[in-house]
Design a protein around this ligand. Sequence first.
Ligand code: THU
Length: 139
Amino acid sequence: MLDEKMTAELIAKAIEQLAFSYTPYSNFKVGAALLSKNGTIYTGCNIENAAYTPTNCAERTAFFKAVSEGVKEFQAICVVGGKDGVLTEYAPPCGVCRQVMMEFCNPEKFQVILAVSPEKYQIFTLREILPLGFGPDNL
Ligand code: THU
């Protein structure tokens, strides 16, 4: 389902997004590349705000771009991030972004790629990073 070529493409696209990250307050830059089931890749960056709480994470930017275009089925997301855009460690999705993933993705199947470079990455299922998550099936 997620071959090495696609993994490399998602990592490259997530890294490209760091250039668009708007972070005058934290300077912590995050990029994301979300692969839909139809093969389209939706990118995202974090977008901060002077009032702080309106800040949107990179992952949610990517999800909301897709959903706002009628796409609601996803295979995988790659997330990269670091202070000043320098990638030294994995940037795991915050709890709010995990919850948004839970809304649209099968937790057993959806793949979350955390990367610091095209060579160094690790893949988790949504279930692994959000055990006992509450989602549409709970209602
Ligand atoms: N951030 C993301 O974009 N994704 C996450 O999952 C974690 C946090 C952003 C939000 C804020 O702009 C900066 O990183 C520091 O929290």
